[in-house]
Design a binder for this molecule. Structure first.
Ligand SMILES: [Zn+2]
Length: 378
């Protein structure tokens, strides 16, 4: 399948109308784009490699903690300074390298074209920002506005505000306030209503009551109404029993079929025919989900699924297996089972063992793309 939208002419990071076209394409053609949490140039490269090999659009996202890590844990993160600087550094890195992961597409259906270098569209996003982390958001948004003045687009394609711990009224009001600014620079907003259970990046929701783990259609529509009055470029992470991480969690049941109710309710309120699916939905806490659950979520308008825990695990696997297999080559700089004077440099060079993690992570990213139907989209 070839996407017949102008975004394919643009290399690398997509924003504004190109991002809107990509999201509309995903919703219409019932696939979702995996959002991979990245924390370093190495994990960025692994994610881009997996996406490129599947001709898959990809979302790379940084959490507040991941941003600080990207900048370096040796930095002081007072007032979110390290998270702001790290996120901005990551954004520039991704913008610089993403076009290099271009895909050479054989345009056999177009006589005269033999080969054309296209590029995997990359969405540059930031993950959960709770109220106490707003200084991080403010720092990035200031940079987005500066970048917009110079380049006519924001530095990041999109950001997430997660004010799901606040009252619905406060959540919506703060989202509106920020979205008014973001809309002026053609930026997409992801917001959360209802709570994703579990623990991620220092936010512990393992103790919240069950009702808030399932968002109601009326609440989703209240968000839709308030944000759609500003711009169509937003998505909603509604809770349907999702939990961050891979856990056994008692009586919380993942219920992606509930998402259909959000779409139906919105269609009725808007007087749209059944199946219009006006809402862009986001699936958090997707790690460990079955392929059926994922398929149901995508059918109901999920266009983005976050993948973090499973790619963290995949990144470790390659490194762990290499270290365990080669441990007798990693104990001294010189000397291994092949001889006392044999050098071990080609085993302890980070380009060797870090690369093993990149390979297993790229493979897991490719699997996520496949599960979500995000393959051969270019
Ligand atoms: Zn999440």
């Amino acid at each position: 399948m070839v996407l017949n939208i102008p975004l394919m002419q643009q290399a690398g990071v997509v924003t504004g109308k190109n991002l809107r076209a990509l999201m509309a394409d995903a919703k219409k053609n019932k696939y979702a784009i995996p959002a991979i949490n990245v924390t370093s140039s190495s994990t960025v490269n692994a994610a881009l490699e997996g996406a490129r090999d599947n001709k898959a659009p990809i979302i790379l996202q940084l959490s507040q903690g991941g941003s600080a890590f990207f900048g370096g844990k040796g930095l002081d993160n007072a007032d979110q300074k390290a998270s702001i600087a790290g996120a901005i550094a990551a954004a520039h890195y991704i913008r610089a390298i993403a076009p290099a992961y271009g895909i050479a597409v054989q345009r056999s259906s177009y006589p005269g074209y033999c080969e054309q270098a296209d590029s995997s569209p990359v969405v540059l996003h930031t993950d959960h920002c709770a109220k106490k982390l707003l200084p991080w958001f403010d720092g990035m948004l200031a940079e987005d506005e500066k970048y917009f003045k110079e380049h006519g687009e924001p530095l990041f394609s999109s950001h997430m505000l997660d004010l799901s711990e606040e009252s619905k009224e406060d959540n919506i009001a703060l989202c509106v306030k920020y979205f008014e600014r973001m809309a002026k620079i053609d930026q997409w907003l992801e917001m959360e209503i209802g709570i994703t259970g579990g623990e991620e990046d220092g936010v512990d929701n393992t103790g919240v009551d069950n009702a808030s783990l399932y968002t109601q259609p009326e609440d989703v529509f209240d968000v839709y109404k308030a944000l759609n009055a500003i711009s169509p470029d937003f998505s909603i992470a509604a809770a349907f029993g999702n939990v961050h991480g891979v856990y056994k969690v008692g009586n919380v049941v993942l219920s992606p079929q509930l998402l259909e109710k959000h779409q139906r309710y919105a269609e009725q309120q808007l007087g749209q025919p059944e199946g219009s699916k006006p809402i862009y939905l986001v699936f958090h806490g997707g790690s460990g989900s079955t392929k059926d659950e994922i398929a149901t979520a995508v059918k109901n308008g999920v266009v983005k699924m976050n993948v973090d825990t499973d790619t963290q695990w995949a990144y470790l696997q390659g490194i762990r297996d290499f270290i365990l297999k080669k441990q007798d080559y990693l104990k001294t700089q010189v000397g291994n089972p092949e001889g006392e004077s044999k050098p071990n440099k080609k085993y302890y060079d980070p380009r060797v063992w870090v690369r093993e993690g990149e390979k297993t992570m790229a493979h897991r990213v490719a699997e996520a793309c496949t599960d979500l139907g995000d393959i051969n989209r270019l």
